[in-house]
Design a protein around this ligand. Sequence first.
Ligand SMILES: [Zn+2]
Ligand SMILES: [Zn+2]
Length: 276
Amino acid sequence: MLGSGSAGNSALVTTDHCRVLVDGGLSARQIVVRLEQCGVAPEQIDGVLLTHEHGDHVCGLEVLCRKFEVPIYANALTAEAIRYDNTLDRHRNWRIFRTGGEFAICDIAVQTFSVPHDAVDPVGFVFHAGSSRLGFITDLGYPTKLLIERLREVHTLVIETNHDEKLLQNDKNRPWPVKQRIQSRHGHLSNAAAASVIEELLPGKIERIVLGHLSRDCNTPELALGAVRAALTKCGKIDMELFCASQSEISSHFCIGQTERGAFQPTFENGFFHAA
Ligand SMILES: [Zn+2]
Ligand SMILES: [Zn+2]
């Protein structure tokens, strides 16, 4: 995780052959600095995958893609929403996928699925390389049946724990309609809601959980980790690896699985995508 929280989100997923970003919601400068800390140059990025068009997921994209010509993978509605109000309209490297579809970026197979959130066409991802899978869901109001089915196969899960319900209710700075929006079925997962998603995946293949997108003033890592740890303990799953991503710095590097070294033959075709 390059950084995650209500102020900005970006993550790096790599194999021996391929490096992709999930969202570009930190400043381009911060993305470059944090990539460097991971030993990756921005020129090496094979693409940025977008979950949805909200600023905390795309604000660094314009500068990053202008400077480094990074391909942007998004569904058509998300691309349209982003292109509407900035110079990414002139960006030529759009790769448009269909929500619910699957495609490959080098040796990473990407499965996409719809999530409920107040954006034009928000998605979650499952990444599959070698024998292991990574599930990535951020910004969603509630877990759909489809989403739970997709996540049953994952070994590592990145999931949002946006807010503590009590802290949000008692927050004096947010007007009531904003609180309603956050708690709605098209808002964000609370710590308790994320914990119940995880409970639904147990027992299963899941071995590691990374929490993210914490609200700056309505959550703390201790509360988020505590809620999920309590759910895991209740289910007898005390050996689960559990981490919380930070807004201000990169997380440790998580090894999700092994791909066979050197076995990959590039078969990537732009034909997977039609021009935006
Ligand atoms: Zn959002
Ligand atoms: Zn967000």
